[in-house]
Design a protein around this ligand. Structure first.
Ligand code: AMP
Ligand code: MG
Length: 421
């Protein structure tokens, strides 16, 4: 590895310097193969899934050459080169009720949007450009032969691939499948992701808190992020800070899931058995990423499963999940080009503390200022344990590795949360 891809910034006990975030993501994605195995689902149930095979259309879309406007269908060759032209209206073609006659020279057909073009016609004149005189239609000057007609197959031609294998099915895609008359499609199976929290201090909601205890919130944010991502989840609960318990949990998770996400226990404190267990029973890819919040962070493999050992702090969990775990799980699901969402520039309405060294993901609220420019305010205390700053936010303020403090009025990059799901 090139030394420029690492920065010395984080003395947290694990050997070696921290990876810069983009290199960490590249190393993770290099390890990910899409899940094998597919299932056939009704088109609506395939929303949010990934196509397992190309879908070839058996029909033309549109299935017949039709009008793009309400107006009059006629043969363009019969239009006067300049000036008005008079046509006899011999019938009507409506959507679903075609006109079966054949207009001759000097004849036209009243036509509605989506209605099939009658034989011998190739041009539609919008009704706004026509004056009626009894059964005659007087077409104004300036019409172009061939205008306002949608050709059969111009959207999708019969025999062509309508959607490629690997397409992530959004609402428009299931609409396309319906438009070619497909009722079922083969999609990749969903990745299965097991997750658990580690820590003797953690209690489940509904239990009383003893001295020094806290509620396990990470298993809720992780559940939420995984569920929004559309993977199958296996919630393994809270695992105590005990070497054997952690080791057993690893084995169980690896047997059941394609990927494992844990929180806590990855530093080198006395009770941090995740790190040590991964070193013993897995393959470690890296320990540290130069991001804040988010250290330390472990990535590796247990058996065939991808392993993400996220930090314990609630904001670190969310930031590392969105920046590194989510793209990896998207790749595992077979989605094309998984990557963190694009950033966009905004004016910082807050002064922000920042030291060069790590890429920071501060929490902000993005809005449009009175001058129309995007403005971002930071949300309260930015400590890595303060989840309310995340709950109040609608974007990350992304401060690059080499950046120092930000003054009010400086331009910063933001990553809207809406782009994550
Ligand atoms: P650790 O990395 O295990 O030392 O945890 C770092 C910090 O995050 C500690 O303050 C923990 O109490 C807290 N923490 C760890 N796991 C959770 C969790 N599941 N929910 C809420 N806070 C947690
Ligand atoms: Mg812990």
């Amino acid at each position: 590895m090139n030394s420029k891809t690492k920065v010395d910034c984080c003395a947290d006990g694990h050997e070696g310097p921290a990876l810069i975030l983009t290199d960490a993501l590249a190393r993770i994605l290099a390890e990910v193969q899409p899940v094998a195995g597919s299932e056939t689902l009704a088109v609506r149930s395939a929303l949010g899934r990934v196509l397992a095979a190309d879908v070839v259309s058996r029909i033309n879309v549109p299935s017949h050459t039709n009008s793009a406007m309400d107006g009059y269908a006629l043969a363009g060759a019969g239009l006067a080169p300049d000036g008005e032209t008079r046509f006899e209206v011999i019938g009507t073609s409506a959507a679903g009720r075609p006109f079966h006659g054949e207009p001759g020279p000097g004849e036209c057909v009243r036509i509605m949007t989506g209605a099939p073009m009658p034989a011998q016609t190739d041009t539609v004149v919008m009704q706004e450009n026509v004056t009626r005189d009894g059964d005659a239609a007087i077409v104004g000057a300036g019409q172009t032969p061939g205008q306002h007609v949608r050709q059969a197959g111009e959207d999708i031609a019969a025999g062509n691939v309508a959607l490629r294998a690997g397409t992530y099915l959004m609402p428009a895609h299931i609409g396309v499948l319906a438009s070619i008359g497909v009722s079922e499609v083969a999609v990749l199976r969903r990745p299965r992701v097991a997750f658990f929290s580690t820590g003797d201090e953690l209690r489940n909601v509904g239990e009383p808190l003893g001295e020094g205890q806290i509620y396990d919130s990470n298993r809720y944010t992780i559940y939420g992020m995984l569920t929004r991502l559309g993977v199958d989840v296996v919630d393994m609960g809270v695992i105590r800070d005990d070497r054997d318990e952690v080791e057993r949990a690893f084995a169980r998770a690896a047997a059941e899931a394609d990927a494992i996400v844990t929180s806590g226990g990855v530093s080198v404190g006395d009770a941090d058995y995740v790190a040590e267990t991964l070193e013993r029973s897995g393959t470690i890819g890296f320990w540290k990423v130069a991001m804040k919040p988010g250290r330390p962070l472990a990535f590796g493999r247990i058996g065939d499963g991808l392993f993400f050992g996220l930090p314990g702090n609630p904001n670190s969990v969310m930031a590392t999940f969105y920046q590194l775990v989510q793209p990896a799980l998207q790749a595992l699901a077979g989605r094309p080009d998984p990557a963190p969402p694009v950033t966009m520039p905004a004016i910082s309405a807050s002064a922000l503390r920042k030291k060069p060294g790590r890429r920071e993901f501060q929490r902000g609220v993005l809005s449009r200022g009175p001058d129309g420019r995007l403005v971002v305010h930071k949300t309260g205390h930015q400590g890595s344990g303060v989840l309310s700053s995340m709950a109040a936010a609608n974007c990350f303020i992304v401060l690059p590795e080499d950046a120092g403090p930000v003054s009010e009025g400086d331009e910063v990059e933001v990553q809207p949360f809406a782009a994550f799901v």
